[in-house]
Design a binder for this molecule. Sequence first.
Ligand SMILES: Cc1cc2nc3c(=O)[nH]c(=O)nc-3n(C[C@H](O)[C@H](O)[C@H](O)COP(=O)(O)OP(=O)(O)OC[C@H]3O[C@@H](n4cnc5c(N)ncnc54)[C@H](O)[C@@H]3O)c2cc1C
Length: 395
Amino acid sequence: MDLDYSPQERAFQADLRDFLAEHLPRDIAAKVTARREVSKDDMERWHAILNARGWLAGSWPKAFGGEGWGPIEQHVFEEECCLAGAPRIVPFGVKMLGPVLMQFGTPEQQADLLPRILDGTDWWCQGYSEPGAGSDLASLKTRADRDGDHYVINGQKTWTTLGQYANRIFCLVRTKVDGKPQEGISFVLVDLDSPGIEMRPIRLIEGGYEVNEVFFTDVRVPVANLVGAENEGWTIAKFLLGHERTNIAGVGFSVQALEQVKSLARQITRNGRPLIQNTLFAARLARIEAELDAMKITNLRMLARAAQGGRLGAEPSMLKIKGTEIRQAINDLARRALGPAAAPFPSEDLDGNLSIAPEGHAHDAASYFNNRKISIYGGSNEIQRNILAKGMMAR
Ligand SMILES: Cc1cc2nc3c(=O)[nH]c(=O)nc-3n(C[C@H](O)[C@H](O)[C@H](O)COP(=O)(O)OP(=O)(O)OC[C@H]3O[C@@H](n4cnc5c(N)ncnc54)[C@H](O)[C@@H]3O)c2cc1C
């Protein structure tokens, strides 16, 4: 198998590097590289810059304003953006709802909503999880009862990422209570300024605010906001989760983070020698690097198969597990390298440079705690292991 990029893919990579060197705002890249919080304004600015170049939704078909990128171009794009310190594209509109609307939406929904995702008019968030429905999503209880040409929604969603910036939420709701749980779920689009919606912040362990609880009390939503058929939302839910798990390996993040740890371990000394020369530390570093190399190759093998139209089995689950474990191991190594300097501070204080950590590493402890989430969201690693096991047993 040829794991090298083709001449066209290399040309695209070169274009992308030039573009990022010229157009990625330095202040935003500096925040991303130092793992500081990226503001709503930063994210919107970056989206607008990409959109002007036609690259915000590169994998969308040309008919809908994209470039029709295949998996390899998408991968090159994600990797180069990570390495340059670009913020991640907020996925809810571009990577989740967009593909759903193209596949299941009416022509009216497509014509109305897709351009609004691209030009930033709408900021979507994801209303799937509930307090009693995470891994077991089909047990969701938020109800949508039909009343003429409206649904009336009552219930609660939780863990709604960046909902505080959103004006719209796509939700899974229960439209039928009897029968199999999966057969009574619908996918609806809700305006967050509708009467009866309340959003409350959830503080994460590192002190940051990026997730919310959303409460619905008699919220009226036009039936025209239903996507697909009533009670057939489970098919859409699964389709969307497939898209949520793309680029799950996050190789670019790990490559960049590992380079930073190496540079840190060259600066820090223990017993008069650079930490990177400490046998135990060097062995830990080497182990992670070897695992990362193996993951890079597995990822490329999977992409090559997908690009040739091959069916993927349980590989995305494997990449999710390994990718998140590697990222967490890198965080752990940074924490060890920093020693007492990794003692956590409230994020707001760090922006005032209260930290005693070496320059560029003030937020490493916060990042360590924040990244506990990556093995949970998008389907926890335990669930991915179940999927892998089922795939293997079925052979
Ligand atoms: C930071 C963050 C952001 C998120 N953002 C969003 C968002 O924007 N929108 C949204 O809808 N959701 C979001 N989520 C929710 C996320 O998808 C769920 O947290 C996840 O699916 C796990 O569900 P749960 O939290 O209910 O845990 P549970 O399902 O209650 O699981 C608890 C533990 O038990 C394990 N477990 C559960 N069932 C099994 C099983 N059958 N076999 C083995 N182990 C099992 C789990 O792996 C986990 O370790 C977010 C979560 C986090 C942490």
